[in-house]
Write a protein that binds this ligand. Structure first.
Ligand SMILES: [Zn+2]
Length: 312
């Protein structure tokens, strides 16, 4: 099956043409506009160009599968909840837009669920039926597949808010409204706030950066900066505690970890795996923790399995 795939990340969007487990072509473009409606013409143009460049026709594709960073009901094709990006999303009927503009149907799913579908179909979770995927990025994606099926639930929000599992009841207010979510305690958006408030931060090498990301944090930790090491270790613990919570909730055989921070996977994976194997209650055996293998393209590889699902 051939599919058009799009990962709507918020600042950038990536469009791709996929054929089963192969990515034929892709293009990433700036999608930082506040409204989803305003970038739809660009999406259509990028898909048309990609298809033409590959000497294919739109009708060769089964449809468009979109990953969206928010709460999405793939059964009705609607965006239900946004998190500061594309606030007009819930008003847009993407399937109707796609049929009118490109002549093919469109399905939509939460971006982290799409990435899990991709890793399950063509990546690190291939061959497993019970999988949790954590994506560490600006936020934290945490999604679950149980007995070979994505967990969705009555309101489409089951098993896709793994980054919003509270890990600290005295913690920070999260963008979701809860307190001390894993995402509020160790993610791309919360890290600069954590660094800013850390006691003695002025004595740390981190003080020289205007905006500390995980790249800087892991680099300065590796150089031995003691405050960087302390903040890094705190982040590792937040992710590990979240992974234990997800293990207790969803009974996975494997946890796949992805996202930009996984450039430091050689530090993160063994730490989280050891912590989960020590602290999670799994009398059947030990949960494996593995790095994602499809990188930023994982969600694109979820297109074929999403479009292959029977209509609801
Ligand atoms: Zn939250």
């Amino acid at each position: 099956m051939k599919a058009l795939a799009i990962d709507l990340g918020g600042t950038h969007a990536t469009c791709g043409l996929v054929e089963d487990r192969k990515l034929l072509a892709s293009e990433t473009f700036d999608a930082s506009s506040a409204s989803l409606a305003s970038i739809l013409p660009t999406i259509a143009e990028v898909f048309r160009n990609l298809v033409q460049r590959e000497s294919l026709a739109l009708q060769d594709f089964a449809g468009i599968a979109a990953g969206f960073a928010g709460i999405v009901d793939s059964r009705t094709g609607r965006i239900l909840g946004t998190n500061g990006k594309y606030e007009d999303g819930p008003e847009i009927d993407l399937d109707t837009w796609s049929r009118k503009t490109l002549g093919i149907p469109m399905r939509i799913e939460n971006d982290a669920r799409m990435a899990l579908l991709g890793e399950s179909f063509a990546g690190a979770a291939n061959g497993f039926t019970d999988v949790v995927m954590m994506t560490l990025g600006t936020g934290i994606g945490g999604v679950a597949m149980i007995q070979g099926k994505l967990l969705r639930g009555k309101h489409a929000q089951a098993g896709c808010l793994g980054g919003h599992i509270p890990v600290l009841f005295t913690g920070r207010i999260c963008t979701c409204g809860a307190i001390g979510c894993a995402e509020a305690e160790a993610s791309g958006w919360s890290l600069p706030l954590i660094v800013k408030d850390w006691p003695g931060i002025r004595q740390s090498a981190l003080a020289k950066y205007s905006n500390v990301g995980f790249k800087e944090l892991f680099e300065e930790s590796a150089r031995g900066d003691s405050i960087a090491v302390a903040i890094r270790d705190r982040c590792l613990n937040v992710w590990a505690v979240d992974a234990v919570g997800l293990t207790h909730a969803y009974d996975p055989e494997v946890i796949v970890m992805g996202g930009g921070v996984m450039k430091s996977g050689e530090v993160i994976i063994p730490y989280v795996e050891q912590y989960v194997q020590k602290h999670a209650w799994t009398p059947w055996g030990k949960v494996q923790v593995r790095p994602a293998s499809l990188g930023n393209n994982a969600a694109l590889f979820g297109a074929v399995p999403l479009l292959s699902e029977p209509p609801h």
